[in-house]
Design a protein around this ligand. Structure first.
Ligand code: SF4
Length: 375
């Protein structure tokens, strides 16, 4: 099966193979389904404090990163806490699940499916060779994580039945909820055998060849949507939007004190499904926003953490007041962390930021975005 030739290796970072950033080694910790029990939130907090830059950074796949990990011992501490169950498979444990499932909305309850897939994935030696970019997803039918570009996704149609999506397109292959984990793993195994040098299913010329059934229908794109994951959610749930997806160790411990577990979303927010009634003031006291507008402006790490950056994008983006404009601010054309869906594209260049077709000085970036100058 043809696939593009690769001239460089898959360099997705993990805990054992960190990325060498300007501010020190960057370690990515996978959290299948985004689910983190309170005790593991505390472990991440102490690891960030003791070994890294003191903060935990959320990623667009519902994982977390520690930056500036210049002191040894991270792998041992994460392993002891159960956050690193398989050294061989750590980089392929990329699994999304609708974060509001069981909290509010959705057709099926997909809680538990990511936790079911994870050990089965780690138990299959051949799947350790999947590219670190490969992404699994379980969508509870609302169409949220189905829009996040997963290689293979089970999307609920009824509480007990769903269909399988490949590279975002619904193949029409009908699979029960009980068989969803096995179906996704079968597709991943087939991709491993057939991929050649491809990193993603979207790169294959015939993705349907990965399915164990012959289909008569043509895959279709279905509507996707992202329900608010910030603010009050259902009877007991609450979602927070850490600024640029960055939390201090202290803030993580506040979350751990509020509930038995939290769910990291792919939109750089955190859902606390069973927070108590006094949660919101405590979150605000800790500097954690529960305003959905806080997610409007996203930004890559920029300077000083990234050598490629032409600007301190987070300092510049922090000056932008929430005002109904969804924008991603990046320090270079790679646009790391760019969200899915419509947003203004803001990229640093010499002399300022390219906002639409115009070069805007950094000092006028906030004003430019509020005025919605980009069509
Ligand atoms: S978009 Fe560019 S500047 Fe920003 S983190 Fe990625 S590589 Fe660095």
């Amino acid at each position: 099966m043809p696939s593009p030739a690769r001239v460089r290796a898959d360099a997705c970072p993990g805990v054992f193979a960190t990325h060498d950033a300007v501010d020190g080694p960057l370690a990515r910790v996978r959290l299948p389904g985004g689910v983190v029990p309170a005790d593991r939130l505390r472990v991440l907090a102490s690891c960030a404090e003791d070994l890294g830059d003191g903060d935990v950074h959320l990623t667009s796949r519902g994982n977390v990163q520690l930056r500036g990990v210049t002191r040894p011992g991270l792998a041992a501490r994460l392993t002891e806490a159960g956050l690193l169950p398989s050294p061989t498979h750590e980089r392929v444990r990329n699994v999304l699940a609708s974060p509001l499932s069981g909290v509010r909305g959705g057709i099926a309850d997909v809680r538990g499916l990511a936790g079911e897939l994870d050990p089965a994935l780690c138990a299959e030696p051949a799947l350790a060779d999947l590219p670190g970019r490969f992404l699994f997803a379980f969508d509870d039918g609302r169409g949220d994580v189905a829009g996040e570009g997963a290689d293979v996704c089970w999307r609920a149609v009824t509480p007990s039945l769903g269909t399988v999506l490949l590279a975002g397109a619904d193949t029409g292959w009908s699979v029960s909820r009980d068989a969803a984990v096995a179906a996704l793993l079968d597709v991943a195994a087939a991709f491993g055998r057939q991929r050649g040098s491809a990193w993603r299913i979207a790169e294959l010329s015939d993705p349907l060849a990965l399915l164990p059934v012959a289909l008569r229908t043509t895959p279709v794109r279905r509507p996707v949507r992202v329900d608010p994951t910030v603010g009050r959610l259902g009877e007991r749930g609450v979602g927070v939007a850490p600024r640029f997806g960055q939390l201090s160790a202290v803030q993580l411990r506040v979350l751990a004190d509020l509930a038995s577990y939290a769910v990291v979303t792919p939109w750089r927010s955190i859902v606390v499904p069973d927070a108590g009634p006094d949660a919101v003031p405590r979150l605000h006291d800790a500097g954690l926003s529960t305003d959905p507008a806080a997610l409007e402006i996203t930004a890559c790490i920029g300077r000083p953490g990234c050598a490629k950056s032409l600007a301190d994008v987070r300092a510049d983006a922090a000056a932008v007041a929430p005002g109904g404009v969804r924008a991603h601010v990046a320090g270079c054309a790679r646009r790391c962390g760019r969200p899915a869906g419509d947003h203004l594209d803001v990229v640093a260049e010499d002399g300022g930021y390219r906002v639409g077709g115009r070069l805007v000085p950094a000092s006028r970036l906030a004003e430019s975005l509020v005025r919605k100058e980009n069509p």
